[in-house]
Write a protein that binds this ligand. Structure first.
Ligand SMILES: *Cc1c(COP(=O)(O)O)cnc(C)c1O
Length: 341
């Protein structure tokens, strides 16, 4: 099999636990619903210490870049229960950085879920009072924190929402190659790869990896981002542009066109970070039929996209589909974090 060497994609920290497992849903559990489709779960909820999730792959490249630039502090932003912020706190601590997190919302009486972990990991939490859905406001608040640190003579590395820069996206170029090599050794040829998408970096990285993989003559699956934030459903960021910038940065061949970018916008419900009926039903199904824990903002809605495709018989018996479990478990322990209990 022609290969791309993951080590050639760029410098990264060795922190994430890779490769993550690729496991198949038991075909004897709810066979009517599976309809003979082979459903594989790429366990990117198990990428690392402190709860894991898709952000670990991006942060491996982002923090290596921060170190190369001589930064001492990392400043990033996120929703109140940001998994990205929690993983930045964890991997930042392990790499010796001072970590500042600008979060949506006000300081609660008691820290829970991801916030509790971020504080335990030693990050400084800056509560912005901003709405969970107004990422632009968070970025403005982050600039104030950056200015203060710089005024104190601290070298700062700034990571935007979700870590979705070309550097961060390299994590999912590597993630795609890892998945294809795993599929090859298991004799699996997926028709589609689905995942929850919000800041677009996971999607762009996977598409970049897929474009590079195609240049080696391999078949590639459709890559479907199940939109869980309004921006990504409305075309922000431009996924093809981000993917092509990532290919350029990684020095890889291939091009991603707009036609390659598939976003399923039907599963967001009312809005980002607002629980949805289909997402909640997917969380309960996954827990009780697969022992998987999904969250209400991301992976639950993403899995609703997978179940929706199965219910609509989008794939035929014998076809293989991969769902990337992007994580989110700590949010289950935040108030209102689960449809049950
Ligand atoms: C951030 C996140 C996503 C979305 O990934 P993007 O690269 O920002 O689109 C999906 N699932 C979980 C659990 C996340 O934390």
């Amino acid at each position: 099999m022609a290969r791309i060497d993951i080590d050639d994609i760029g410098p990264r920290l060795a922190a994430p636990w890779l490769p993550t497992p690729l496991t198949r849903l038991d075909p004897s559990v709810d066979p009517d619903r599976l309809g003979g489709v082979h459903v594989w779960i790429k366990r990117d909820d198990l990428t690392g210490p402190a709860g894991g999730g898709n952000k670990a792959r991006k942060l491996a490249y982002l923090l290596a870049d921060a170190r190369r630039q001589g930064a001492a502090a990392i400043v990033t932003v996120g929703a109140a229960q940001s998994n990205h912020c929690r993983m930045t706190a964890a991997m930042g601590a392990a790499a010796g950085f001072e970590v500042h997190l600008v979060l949506a919302g006000d300081k609660p009486d008691e820290l829970t879920g991801n916030q509790r972990l971020s504080a335990l990991l030693g990050a400084q939490l800056h509560f912005s009072g901003a709405d969970d859905r107004h990422w632009g406001e968070l970025e403005i608040q982050a600039e104030i924190v950056v200015d203060q640190l710089r005024a104190d003579g601290v070298e700062v590395y700034r990571i935007p929402v979700g870590g979705s820069t070309p550097t961060g996206c390299c994590g999912y170029v590597a993630g795609f190659i890892e998945l294809m090599q795993q599929c090859h050794s298991l004799g699996v040829s997926p028709t589609a790869v689905l995942h929850a998408s919000s800041s677009g970096g996971t999607h762009a990285g996977l598409l970049a990896g897929s474009a590079a993989w195609r240049t080696l003559g391999h078949d590639t699956p459709a890559i479907v981002g199940v939109g869980v934030a309004r921006g990504v459903i409305g075309g922000l960021p431009d996924i093809a542009e981000l993917a092509n910038a990532t290919l350029q940065l990684a020095g890889l061949p291939g091009t991603v066109s707009d036609d390659d970018v598939m976003v399923d916008g039907r599963w967001i419900g009312d809005d980002y970070a607002v629980p949805s009926t289909t997402g909640d039903a997917a969380i309960v199904w996954a827990a009780r039929n697969a022992g998987l824990i999904l969250d209400r903002t991301y992976s639950g809605k993403g899995f609703a996209g997978l179940l929706g495709g199965l219910d609509e018989r989008e794939w035929t018996a014998g076809q293989e589909v991969v769902f990337i479990h992007t994580g989110g478990l700590p949010a289950v322990f935040a108030p209102n974090g689960s449809p049950v209990g």
